[in-house]
Design a protein around this ligand. Structure first.
Ligand SMILES: C[S@@+](CC[C@H](N)C(=O)[O-])C[C@H]1O[C@@H](n2cnc3c(N)ncnc32)[C@H](O)[C@@H]1O
Length: 182
């Protein structure tokens, strides 16, 4: 948020607020659109964090969220989180800075492929710096909820939202709309 505030300084129509999703400093029915990417699953209760957002929608407003899917690397990471999230952040970060450049030496080597299956480090093709940061980001959070599309869609419906559907090709991105009685 601090970087966003710096990047967007000089845009008087943008307001940056840093707050806990469970105690957001906005009155009900404030927003036409709410977008949450990769945040709600880092709380102790993903569904409750989502439910904290819904009242902030104006009638007719749209909410779209993306949470970790309960599949692939995300699912494997669940087994690591109790361990990796307890490593002091500086030490784990240093370790990521050591591991990821090593995997770049020969990414298709059988050892690297086996290692990735056990410990799915980031290899997004966006460069070593990105993969170091993304590996740290993926394995260090204390809370790491993983969810299915039907589960998330059920939260939307239970919250009274309509037009609930997947928001795109990325799994567990879901959108819905608050009914407008007018
Ligand atoms: C992986 S980042 C995603 C950030 C951004 N949406 C993006 O796509 O780049 C997860 C963010 O969730 C935030 N977060 C974790 N728990 C939170 C909470 N209880 N309330 C608000 N934000 C929280 C963290 O501070 C972090 O910035």
């Amino acid at each position: 948020m601090e970087a966003a505030a710096r990047n967007l300084a000089g845009h008087p129509d943008v307001q940056i607020a840093q707050a806990d999703v469970f105690h957001l400093p906005f009155p009900a029915a404030t927003f036409d659109v709410i977008v949450s990417i990769g945040v709600l699953h880092h709380t102790p209760d993903t569904r409750r964090a989502f439910e904290a957002l819904v009242p902030l929608l104006k009638p007719g407003g749209t909410i779209v969220i993306w949470v970790y899917p309960d599949q692939g690397a995300y699912k494997v990471r669940n087994a690591w989180i109790p361990f990796t999230s307890r490593i002091p952040p500086d030490a784990f970060y240093d370790w990521c800075r050591w591991l990821i450049p090593l995997t770049y030496r020969n990414p298709e080597h059988a050892v690297a492929r086996q290692l990735w299956k056990l410990f799915p480090y980031s290899r997004q093709g966006l460069g070593v710096e990105w993969d170091v940061l993304d590996t740290f980001d993926g394995f260090s959070p204390r809370y790491h909820g993983t969810h299915s599309v039907p589960e998330v869609e059920a939260w939307f419906r239970a919250a009274g939202l309509i037009d609930v559907h997947e928001a795109g090709p990325i799994p567990t991105a879901v959108r819905g709309r608050r009914p407008d009685p007018a």
